[in-house]
Design a protein around this ligand. Structure first.
Ligand code: GLY
Length: 366
């Protein structure tokens, strides 16, 4: 299926130089949808689509003149502690061994500093530990047992983060992996073979696909009334990942980047695609060159699409078969988000948090 051109899309295509060819199409100059650009407003908080409450909390703190990083961390802590969000913190989907391993990064614009933790186990709020790495060590990234030890030293309790709901989903995935192992696939209750009760409350279990790899995450960025900027990204990472796999979220420049002179950008979705191009850094650099945050996010999406050549990662029409989101704001309080296909992100400019449509390159069925 071909591209759907629109007048706005053509204008957008003209605004971004054609730098490469993808699948026979000039993807770096392809049209885009939902490219209306925001005005600047401060204070401002934006996040991935799962951050309605996070943005509201962060805005409340900015309006009380609290620190920008404290504000976004307090916001994402709500999601980290929510067992209903299976992509972040407590209740996150585990790795292939059934263990929840979390990644997080923070960047504080005013002090030009950052910190991160990766593959940390048993700590509900990895974003708070990332801040400790930033403030209480001379390091930027601490992983695994070392990260947990640091958290314990600072009084964090070690807890079981695997909820029953996440454990049951992991079991469903494990049992459906292969018909050549000893794990029996999920059976309906009452058929004499045990298995999960299909009437039990698994939340969004109806939509759960054991073969799908979930990449959920929250990224939250803000700029206060004075123009100071901070950001945080926190995640349980790719579901059923190989133990020790680290995604983009704790890598400064990939899952998050903040430059107090320019803006902030962060990501959710397939971390591997982001890691290969350091896309949050790239988005901030595009903004430094004068791009509106939404155009910077779109330019990054085009870059990733152009670099995606492995047939495993492509649809039949040659477009990427995975989801990747970027969210960005600049010092003036302009903002935007983008994905390959229709998606939403959260904005709070002082009132209630709301969802807005991200810009995108291809329609969902394309
Ligand atoms: N973006 C989250 C991850 O890939 O781990």
């Amino acid at each position: 299926m071909g591209f759907r051109w629109s007048r706005r899309g053509i204008l957008q295509a003209g605004a971004t130089a054609s730098l490469g060819v993808f699948g026979g199409k000039h993807v770096l100059a392809s049209p885009a949808f939902h490219i209306n650009r925001s005005q600047g407003t401060r204070p401002l908080v934006i996040s991935s689509g799962n951050g309605l409450e996070a943005c509201a909390k962060a805005m409340e703190m900015l309006q009380a003149d609290e620190d920008t990083l404290d504000a976004v961390i307090a916001g994402v802590n709500i999601v980290e502690e929510d067992p209903g969000d299976m992509s972040v913190g407590y209740g996150g989907l585990p790795n292939e061994s059934g263990t929840v391993q979390l990644d997080s990064s923070v960047m504080h614009g005013p002090t030009r500093n950052g910190g991160a933790v990766a593959s940390i186990e048993g700590i509900k709020n990895p974003s708070k530990v990332a801040k400790i790495v930033m403030e209480r060590t001379d390091h930027v990234l601490i992983v695994g047992q070392g990260a947990q030890d640091l958290a314990k030293a600072h009084g964090f309790p070690v807890e079981n983060l695997l909820t029953d709901r996440a454990r049951e989903r992991w079991l469903q995935w494990r049992e459906n992996m292969s018909d050549r192992d000893d794990w029996l696939p999920v059976q309906r209750a009452g058929d004499g073979r045990g298995g999960l009760d299909p009437t039990a409350d698994h939340g969004a279990a109806d939509e759960f696909d054991p073969f799908f790899r979930y990449h959920g995450t929250i990224n939250c960025n803000c700029v206060n009334a004075d123009g100071d900027i901070s950001g945080v990204t926190t995640t349980s990472g790719l579901s059923w990942k190989i133990p020790g796999r680290v995604g983009d979220s704790p890598i400064l420049g990939a899952g998050l980047y903040v430059d107090n002179d320019v803006g902030a950008a962060g990501s959710t979705g397939r971390g591997e695609a982001n890691l290969l191009d350091c896309c949050s850094f790239l988005a901030v650099e595009f903004m430094r060159q004068g791009m509106h945050p939404k155009d910077a996010c779109l330019a990054v999406m085009r870059r990733v699409a152009a670099k995606t050549v492995d047939p495993r990662l492509l649809r039949e029409d040659g477009t990427p078969n995975f989801s990747l989101n970027f969210y960005a704001l600049n010092k003036a309080g302009e903002y935007g988000g983008a994905n390959f296909r229709p998606s939403r992100f959260v904005v709070n400019d002082g009132g209630e948090s709301r969802h807005e449509d991200s810009a995108y390159l291809w329609e969902r069925d394309q």
